[in-house]
Design a protein around this ligand. Structure first.
Ligand code: SF4
Ligand code: SF4
Length: 94
């Protein structure tokens, strides 16, 4: 069982997924080279970034996407910034 905080040496050999539903345990945000920065003033709360994020890293609380980005799991793909209709998300170099 991989626990939060474990390193790459703790991953099963061959990258095998032996336990279903364990993605949360891997802090894949460490792979990121660019970080999405959300401008809460410009955001119109359309939820496009939330819908398109492949890692479910745009967090929405009580129907409000202006909450937070889960940087532990955001891989910095930039899809959220690309899909934002009002350019409220900037990709910043880490
Ligand atoms: S950069 Fe990619 S992974 Fe990170 S929040 Fe945006 S869409 Fe999701
Ligand atoms: S896509 Fe842009 S405007 Fe829409 S919720 Fe996300 S940051 Fe806000």
């Amino acid at each position: 069982m991989v626990k939060p905080g474990d390193g790459y040496k703790d991953i099963p050999k061959g990258g095998l997924i032996l336990e279903a539903g364990n993605a949360k345990n891997y802090k894949t945000g460490g792979w990121r080279t660019k970080k999405p920065i959300l401008d809460k003033e410009t955001c119109i709360n359309c939820h496009r970034c939330w819908a398109f994020c492949p890692d479910s890293s745009v967090l929405s609380e009580d129907g409000d996407v202006k909450a937070e980005i889960d940087y532990d799991h955001c891989k910095g793909c930039g899809i959220c910034a690309h899909e934002c209709p009002v350019n409220a998300i900037e990709m910043e170099k880490e």
